[in-house]
Design a protein around this ligand. Structure first.
Ligand code: HEM
Ligand code: HEM
Length: 170
């Protein structure tokens, strides 16, 4: 029988995954949503993601994941582990780069229209441009590639190996 992640760990996994998709939808379809609303939602969702990922990591150190009792070669286990840690790094770096980039540009952030996060970080225009490039091109594309790999491997386990690995997180 597969050993499941705890309920809070599963909640964190699916909530953070959904927030990433939602942030992407808001920025990608901001033309249809309305540019101002689309960006407010994009940034607010991103900030929420950052807070949730920090909480998720703290929780992970307190309550470690269940052992992986599924028959697979050691290198695959190590590879999956590496991808997981890269994903953690990138889902922190993506919102952080976006946040600092808007701060440096001098824009306060309206958090879902509820309250305002004032500008408290300053920096040069070059720093802003670098962060914008990292946010929109580099980090995002690497993150997207790793998500595709991660989901692809999960589906391979489910549909080809049929070893119920997805049940660990479901
Ligand atoms: C879940 C976290 C986030 C993801 C996945 C994400 C993803 C993206 C992507 C893919 C783009 C490029 C969109 C395009 O090609 O048109 C983008 C643009 C942008 N993001 Fe984020 N982002 C996140 C969080 C944030 C946060 C927290 C902020 C700021 C507080 C932010 C601010 C921006 C801004 C200002 C742009 C540029 C929009 C433009 O003027 O074209 N993002 N983001
Ligand atoms: C934005 C999308 C996603 C991100 C960023 C993401 C991220 C992660 C991370 C960081 C872990 C490691 C958990 C830990 O050990 O602390 C993980 C585990 C897992 N994810 Fe995802 N995930 C995403 C989507 C999905 C989807 C769509 C599926 C299913 C089709 C999935 C299935 C799994 C499974 C089964 C595990 C447990 C792997 C194991 O312990 O062997 N994930 N995910």
């Amino acid at each position: 029988m597969v050993l499941k992640y705890s309920l809070p760990a599963r909640f964190f996994h699916w909530a953070t995954s959904l927030l990433i998709v939602a942030a992407w939808i808001c920025v990608e379809f901001r033309g249809a949503i309305g540019p101002s609303l689309g960006m407010t939602l994009h940034k607010s969702i991103g900030v929420t993601l950052f807070v949730l990922v920090v909480a998720r990591l703290i929780y992970r150190f307190v309550d470690a994941p269940p052992p992986l009792n599924i028959d697979m070669p050691d290198w695959q286990k190590k590879g999956a582990h590496l991808i997981h840690w890269l994903l953690y790094g990138l889902i922190l770096a993506q919102p952080l780069s976006g946040f600092v980039m808007t701060q440096v540009a001098g824009y306060p952030l309206s958090f879902f229209g509820l309250f305002e996060i004032p500008v408290f970080i300053s920096g040069s225009a070059e720093l802003g441009q670098t962060l914008s490039f990292l946010h929109q091109e580099v980090i995002w594309n690497v993150l997207l590639g790793l998500i595709i790999l991660h989901v692809g491997f999960a589906l391979r386990h489910q549909l080809i190996k049929k070893d119920k690995l997805i049940n660990r997180m479901w």
